[in-house]
Design a protein around this ligand. Structure first.
Ligand code: HEM
Length: 134
């Protein structure tokens, strides 16, 4: 489900409705500010610089919501569960990830219906990424 572009059958994509690239960049930038301070999540990221990870997540979300397909041009098919297999995504990691996302989503101050759509997806996707007990 995480791999299917959303909103492609609408006249205006969700990506466009919420403000395009700028909105997704703000979301993901704020999210990674939280990750940078998180004692559980920060050590999971292999690179010292979180910038490239921020770029990948922003491009993925833009593509998912009907924006440019740059993510797949660069990275191929998302296969997100497989790409998370090297990391222990347990309940605690899931909760921390969503907690930082919640702050980032709140700060976008989207209209209620769009906020709900975005949040429902993120919560569903995070649950589907869990690959370890605990
Ligand atoms: C549930 C908790 C999650 C944890 C702990 C987690 C952690 C990580 C880590 C450690 C990486 C490697 C950093 C990198 O190289 O980019 C990563 C990559 C990535 N994550 Fe997550 N993630 C979670 C959920 C999600 C969700 C829900 C999504 C999508 C909505 C997502 C999308 C991505 C993407 C697109 C990448 C880069 C994949 C690539 O192209 O290599 N992650 N994640």
């Amino acid at each position: 489900m995480t791999d299917i572009p959303n909103g492609t059958a609408q006249e205006q994509t969700f990506y466009e409705q919420v403000g395009g690239e700028e909105t997704f960049r703000r979301l993901v930038h704020r999210f990674y500010q939280g990750v940078a301070e998180d004692p559980l999540l920060r050590p999971m990221y292999p690179e010292e610089d979180l910038g490239p990870a921020e770029e990948r997540l922003a491009l993925f979300l833009m593509q998912y919501w009907g924006g440019p397909r740059t993510y797949s041009d660069n990275r191929g098919h998302p296969r997100l569960r497989m790409r998370h297999a090297p990391f222990i995504v347990d309940r605690a990691a899931h909760d921390a990830w969503l907690r930082h996302m919640r702050v980032a989503v709140d700060e976008l101050q989207l209209p209620a219906e769009q906020e709900r759509q975005l949040w429902d997806y993120l919560a569903y996707a995070a649950a589907s990424m869990v690959n370890a007990e605990g």
